[in-house]
Design a protein around this ligand. Structure first.
Ligand SMILES: [Zn+2]
Length: 322
């Protein structure tokens, strides 16, 4: 496998390959960017290439590559988080492992996924390894919020910020999971806004399709009380998906605005064009723009807002208003 298998991220991949081919490998790297952008995938393939003593993991059958593929390579150590926090004990355990020399090759790779979840104590502890790493150790971090790491960690780490993928790249990534209906695939590609993990998750979870259908149903009949209660139930049951839900609603209003402006190509919800037209026919451009602004505001506030129930009420009110 290795870096060659990665779709997209061309600039990043060629930078990483250059580091390896020119023998300039340092001790600490970070991949940062939004949830679902592929930090984990890139980090693993980078680790795989670092560990292969022959430097060609594409078609390599060496013991390092074989065990890496099986997930049993002793020179690879991954810290997996439950997403809440990474404490000092976890880092201490990692450091004990760092003390032993590589088993197969010349390097050992330590991957801390969600490194921005490290407590300050954990980061200070890790700092000792970053300050005086054994020559064989490479630390790889992934972080949604790279700036949350201590400046002392960041100053010793080379950070690669991952950029969104093109629509064509997303299409290639999700193709194996893709629905037969081309318009539906178009929706997932456009809706993901360059983040493959978003498209993959939506395609894998059938509940997302139901959610989308229910929400579009409500937008079609904003006065329908039973439909509204259904959406309220969905919102109550999918707290983690609040921003996705707002994204769905915004995508519908954006499409309606396009329709009212006479632009029907390039709709996000192109597979629901008829319903979009119906919703648009009951709205004015002004109203749609106001709603989009309100939703954007709501999404921004929601990140800091603990009061979920209030968020739901405001959202439903916003949809109901004619
Ligand atoms: Zn190999």
């Amino acid at each position: 496998m290795g870096l060659n298998k990665i779709i997209g991220q061309k600039a990043l991949v060629s930078q990483l390959k250059k580091i390896l081919s020119e023998g300039r490998l340092g001790h600490a790297y970070a991949f940062s960017g939004p949830e679902g952008i592929g930090k984990h995938t890139v980090a693993l393939e980078f680790a795989h290439e670092i560990l292969c003593p022959f430097g060609k993991p594409d078609s390599c059958g060496c013991v390092s590559c074989r065990t890496f593929a099986e997930g049993t390579n002793p020179d690879f150590y991954e810290v997996i988080t439950d997403k809440s926090s990474i404490g000092i004990d976890t880092i201490r355990a990692l450091q004990e492992h760092v003390a032993n020399r590589p088993a197969y090759g010349h390097k050992k790779v330590y991957f801390i996924d969600g490194a921005d979840m490290m407590t300050v104590q954990a980061q200070n502890c890790l700092l000792k390894t970053l300050e005086e790493p054994p020559e064989y150790a490479v630390i790889i971090l992934s972080a949604v919020n790279y700036e949350a790491l201590l400046p002392t960690i960041r100053s010793r780490t080379v950070n690669f910020r991952m950029e969104p993928y093109s629509e064509d790249e997303i299409r290639r990534i999700v193709m194996p999971l893709a629905p037969k209906n081309k318009n539906e695939l178009d929706f997932y590609v456009k809706f993901s806004r360059g983040i493959p993990g978003k498209a993959v998750r939506m395609l894998e979870e059938s509940s997302f399709r139901d959610l989308r259908d229910q929400i579009i149903g409500l937008l079609k009949k904003p006065g329908d009380f039973s439909q509204m209660e259904k959406v309220r139930k969905i919102l109550n049951e999918n707290k983690d998906d609040f921003t996705e839900i707002i994204d769905i609603i915004m995508s519908v209003y954006r499409d309606c605005l396009m329709v009212l402006m006479g632009i029907e190509n390039g709709l996000i919800n192109s597979d629901k064009k008829d319903i979009i037209k119906e919703i648009a026919s009951a709205c004015s451009k002004r109203k749609l723009m106001d709603r989009l602004a309100a939703l954007e505001n709501m999404q921004r506030n929601f990140r800091y807002n603990i009061n979920y129930q209030l968020g739901i009420d405001v959202l439903l009110l916003e949809i109901q208003e004619v």
